[in-house]
Structure formats: C-alpha cells, structure tokens
Ligand binder design. Sequence first.
Ligand SMILES: NC(=O)c1ccc[n+]([C@@H]2O[C@H](COP(=O)([O-])OP(=O)(O)OC[C@H]3O[C@@H](n4cnc5c(N)ncnc54)[C@H](OP(=O)(O)O)[C@@H]3O)[C@@H](O)[C@H]2O)c1
Length: 250
Amino acid sequence: MRALVTGASSGIGYELAKQLSSIGYDLVIVSRDKKNLNKLKDLLKTEVEVIDMDLSNIDNCKKLHEMLKDKKIDLLINNAGFGIFGDFGTLDLDRELNMIDLNVKALHTLTKLFLKDMIKNNRGKILNVASIAGFMPAGPLMSTYYATKAYVLSLTRGIDKELRKQGSKVIVSALCPGPVDTKFNDVAKVKFNMKPLTAEYVAKYTIKKLSKGKKVIIPGKISKLIYLASKIIPDRILLESAYRAQTKKI
Ligand SMILES: NC(=O)c1ccc[n+]([C@@H]2O[C@H](COP(=O)([O-])OP(=O)(O)OC[C@H]3O[C@@H](n4cnc5c(N)ncnc54)[C@H](OP(=O)(O)O)[C@@H]3O)[C@@H](O)[C@H]2O)c1
C-alpha cells in the first residue's frame, strides 16, 4: 500500500505520514521543505519518496501527478494548507490568492487527477483536510480561510455522493479538525482561544476512522460540539460568537 501525503513536513501531515508508515504504508511525502521531509524519511521504516515542491503552483500539482501516475497511489491525503488572520479589507491580496491556490486549487487539481486513476481501478481513498470551520456559515476575521475550508468540505461530500451513486469502491473523505497544536497558528500569526488537540491524536483518530470508511471525520469533543452547534444554532448567533471567538486569538 502506498500513500501520498501533502504538507508532511510538519503538524497533522507529519503525524499522518508517521502513523501510516507504522501500519506498513510506503509513502510519497511532499512539501517545500526538503530538509524536514528527509528528517521524517530517516525516522520511518517503510519506503519513502521525498518530493520538495510548492503546491500553490498548479503546474507543479500536474507535474506531481505525472511523476506518480504509474506508481499505484492507494491513499491520497490533501493536507497542505495554511490560514491568514485579519480584516478582509486590510489583508494582502497576493497572500490570500496564494492561500486559495494551495487550499482550494491544488487540492481540487490533485483530487481530480488522482481520482480519475482510482475510478479506473475501482479502488483507492482520498482524504481532504478541511476544518470544523467548513461547517460554519462564515469565519469573520478569517473570512477567506473559512471560505477555502467550506469549499473543501462541500467538494469532498459532493464527489463522495457521486461515487456512491455510481457504486464505486473509491472513497473520498473529509477531515474536519478544530484547533490542533501545529505550526498553523505561527503561520496565521494567532494564538489558540481553546485547548488544542495534539497532531498525534488527530492522526491516530483519523486513520482509525478512515479504515472504517468514515466520510466526515471530526476529531475531539470540542469539534463535535461545534459541529452540533452549527446544525441547530441560527447563523446570526453563530456568526456573532465566531467573531468573538476569533478576537480572542489575537
Ligand atoms: N492546526 C489547526 O488548528 C488546524 C485546524 C483545522 C484544519 N487544519 C488544516 O490542517 C492542514 C495542515 O495544517 P497544520 O495544522 O498541520 O499546519 P502546519 O504545521 O503549518 O503544516 C502545514 C503543512 O503544509 C505545507 N505547506 C504549506 N504551504 C505549502 C506549499 N505552498 N506547498 C506545499 N506544501 C505546503 C507545510 O510545509 P512547508 O512549509 O515545508 O511547505 C506543512 O507541511 C491544513 O490544511 C490546515 O488548514 C489545521
């Protein structure tokens, strides 16, 4: 079995790669940081291919698929992503567009290209890393980031429904964590407003649920509560509490 994990140089992707290797997966690990990817490779006992690549460049995503299309990828984990915090009116447009390129366009492209191969073989799994943010009506002060994660969740659920209607054995799942202790906050320049989960816990929980074919994976009690709240609380109240919660991250 071989898994392709994007954003494996740190955080959730790093732990997912470690856990998958421990249960026997060979890996292809991708991010921009070759040094950290090689450090991870040295820790693992299964076969690991390191590819340093900026996935916010969509030509690179196509190149990645070309490089790997003849190697059987049983599991694709689209994990690479980042967030930006601040008022939409003042945030830098190029940085936001780069986030959309990575969180949305790269994930969309890799899902499309690898899914076609998987459909042909009628086997394989894709895990798209969304966020509990994807269930919220919007995310004031992280508006663009929340919108990217709503896209990921919606796309993933839509594709999986199509596959079920086609009687396919291919599964496309979404991972929807709440706060997880990774480099995410440093990149977004915020601090936690609630106790985070460890990336190790999230990875172990995710792999357990993935092996059972779960379509939407929500690790941790807080995220499950946020999910339930998103189903029953009116949007205007959710938006107000989301804004207040975000201001506590400064
Ligand atoms: N942490 C949380 O609270 C949380 C909650 C919900 C969802 N998530 C999602 O979980 C995913 C993983 O984030 P994390 O929390 O583990 O953060 P992280 O520790 O910052 O990891 C992000 C990973 O993405 C890679 N990456 C960033 N830009 C890239 C690019 N242009 N091309 C290729 N790889 C790139 C990074 O590697 P390089 O820098 O080496 O390229 C790193 O390996 C993200 O999609 C994030 O939105 C996180």
